[in-house]
Design a binder for this molecule. Structure first.
Ligand SMILES: Nc1ncnc2c1ncn2[C@@H]1O[C@H](COP(=O)(O)OP(=O)(O)O)[C@@H](O)[C@H]1O
Ligand SMILES: [Mg+2]
Length: 373
């Protein structure tokens, strides 16, 4: 278990800079997510950490050690990818034992040629030491595949194959576990249960883990901290709650969860409230901001649809429902207020009626929930 530090990392591919001064400080034992849209440089960052790519400039440290000049083997990162990258002609046990056995054999200098070993493995002539057997069985138990040890990997479901890949990474007792979109090939239900499996194992082993995803819900639900990345730049690093309640840019406000983002101009400051003009309306906020041109950020769950019994809000608007989407435990309404379209989420309890399109509604928003950036 090591901390991972990236200092001023850049990477050029034929003159195109795809990583621009990446600085990250990942704590030992932390579950850290790298979140960003496709093409922003997540995989390149991971490949630099694992040693498959040399950064153009910058320093990579595991604990106090600079690892730039170490080969991937010497860095000992466990890797799990979107494609499982298993050996289809081997059973589960052999897949998980493979690297461990190679490592052992190399040490003992028994086989000079990998091809000899591979042929023996294929003919099932390889004998594993008691230590390797134990380590493989322990890893399989972690990922709940003990009873599938003798199955060929192509007899397994996608979720089970990904768990084999995870066991194969864990069995090497890596210093750092790198996971690059590991759940993207799985269907939604499986993705959710795999999130829990990965999180449970990570917490048990306290292994420093860097998890790459373009799925904000995945990053937010799993990670201790998340770095949001765009166009080769880290925009913000924080805990999931941090990022959600204090996004530093409109891009993050929109990428991490859903936001209503409205352009506004600060009119005046009165008592503790900032008055912001948005179109023909004035919105009050407790947010602090230094310039007059602002983006007003309001999360959908903070727009309340009022009835006669509702408490009073400092921000009060009327709007017309244009679209409702029933999502099980919530209903998402799109509501037109003047020329703006706002998204509002309401909790749905069975028996509630869903407001009809075209109905006029009263909306309340607390100034504490209006963020200015
Ligand atoms: N080997 C390579 N040669 C040239 N360009 C590359 C190479 N690998 C990645 N890129 C480019 O670098 C950018 C970042 O890619 P990548 O790290 O794979 O993004 P992500 O994993 O976030 O989708 C992309 O524009 C991609 O085309
Ligand atoms: Mg990628």
């Amino acid at each position: 278990m090591k901390s991972v530090v990236l200092n001023g990392l850049t990477k050029d591919f034929s003159g195109v800079t795809v990583l621009k001064n990446i600085n990250l400080d990942i704590q030992a034992g932390e579950f850290f997510a790298l979140l960003g849209p496709s093409g922003c440089g997540k995989t390149t960052t991971m490949r630099c950490i694992a040693g498959f790519e040399n950064p153009t400039t910058g320093e990579i440290k595991f604990g106090d050690d600079i690892v730039n000049d170490l080969s991937p083997n010497e860095r000992n990162c466990g890797m799990v990818f979107q494609s499982y990258a298993l050996f289809p002609h081997m059973n589960v046990f052999d897949n998980v034992a493979y690297s461990l056995n190679i490592q052992d054999l190399k040490k003992s200098n028994m086989f000079k040629k990998l091809s000899v070993y591979t042929r023996m493995l294929n003919s099932r002539l390889v004998k594993y030491s008691a230590d390797i057997k134990k380590r493989v069985l322990d890893a399989l138990e972690y990922v709940e595949l003990t009873e599938h040890a003798n199955k060929m990997v192509n007899e397994l479901s996608g979720g089970q194959q990904q768990r084999v890949a995870l066991a194969r990474a864990l069995v090497m007792e890596p210093k750092v576990l790198l996971m690059d979109e590991p759940l993207s090939n799985l269907d939604q239900k499986l993705r959710h249960s795999m999130r829990n499996t990965i999180r449970r194992i990570q917490q048990d082993l306290k292994i420093t883990t860097i998890f790459v995803t373009h799925d904000q819900e995945e990053a937010m639900s799993m990670a201790d901290r998340v770095a949001v990345m765009k166009d080769g730049v880290i925009l913000q690093v924080g805990t999931p709650t941090d990022l959600y309640s204090n996004p530093k840019t409109p891009f993050i406000a929109d990428f991490v969860g859903t936001s209503n983002i409205l352009p506004g101009v600060i009119e005046k400051r009165e008592n503790d409230l900032v008055h912001v003009t948005v179109g023909n309306q004035v919105i009050k906020s407790t947010s602090v901001h230094s310039t007059n041109d602002v983006k007003v950020i309001i999360r959908p769950e903070n727009i309340h649809i009022l009835d006669d019994k509702s408490e009073r809000y400092d921000n009060y608007f009327e709007g017309k429902i244009e679209l409702s989407t029933y999502l099980g435990s919530t209903v998402r309404y799109e509501i037109i207020v003047d020329q703006h379209r706002l998204v509002a989420d309401t909790v749905y309890e069975s028996g509630d009626s869903i407001l009809k399109n075209g109905s006029t509604v009263k909306l309340g928003i607390s100034p504490e929930r209006v963020l200015l950036i």
